[in-house]
Ligand binder design. Structure first.
Ligand code: T46
Length: 138
C-alpha cells in the first residue's frame, strides 16, 4: 500500500516556526488543488469513506489532532496526525477514513488533481472490485 508519513523541514526559531512547501522538493506531485477541513464534531462524525482512482494527496494536520485509517483489501494502517511539520502521503487506490478529530483540528490537504467526483470510489465494494481487477490479487 502506498502511504507514508514524512517530515517537512520546519524553520524553527525563538519567534516561531515556518514550513514552506513546494513541489517537487517537498511534495511528490504538482499541487493542483488545496482544501482544508475543520469544525468536525468527532464524537459524532467520521469523514472520508472513499478511495481515488488516480488522485494522490498529502494530508497535514496544521492544528489539533486526528486519525486517518488507510486501507486496501489486503492491509490497513492507522496514522495519528498531530503536528504541522508532518505530512501523510496517500497514493491512488487506497480507502481512507478520518476520525477522532480534536475540536480545534484543521486538516490541510494538497492534491495532485482538480476536484473530480468521477475519480471517487464511494462504495467499498466498488473499490474492492476495482482493486482486484487492477491485478492486486497476488
Ligand atoms: C479525501 C479526504 C481527505 C468539493 O466541491 N471540492 C473539493 O475539492 C472537495 C475535496 C470536496 N468538494 C465537495 C464534495 C462534497 O459535496 O465538498 C463536499 C464534502 O466532500 P467529501 O464528502 O468528499 O469530504 P471528505 O472529508 O469525506 O473527503 C475529503 C476529500 O473529498 C477526499 O478526496 O481524500 O477529504
Amino acid at each position: 500500500m502506498h502511504s507514508h508519513l514524512f517530515n517537512f523541514d520546519a524553520k524553527k526559531s525563538e519567534i516561531g516556526s515556518l514550513v514552506a512547501i513546494q513541489s517537487p522538493e517537498s511534495i511528490p506531485f504538482d499541487i493542483q488543488r488545496v482544501y482544508y477541513i475543520y469544525g468536525v464534531d468527532s464524537k459524532k462524525y467520521r469523514r472520508g469513506f472513499h478511495a481515488h482512482r488516480d488522485l494522490e494527496q498529502v494530508l497535514i494536520c496544521v492544528k489539533g489532532s486526528l486519525k486517518v485509517l488507510v486501507k486496501t483489501p489486503k492491509e490497513e494502517i492507522i496514522y495519528s496526525l498531530s503536528s504541522p511539520d508532518k505530512g501523510l502521503f496517500i497514493g491512488k487506490m487506497i480507502w481512507r477514513e478520518m476520525f477522532e478529530f480534536s475540536k480545534d483540528a484543521v486538516l490541510l490537504v494538497l492534491a495532485s488533481k482538480k476536484y473530480d467526483e468521477g475519480d471517487y470510489y464511494r462504495e467499498y465494494s466498488d473499490f474492492e472490485n476495482a482493486f482486484f481487477s487492477k491485478g492486486n490479487n497476488l
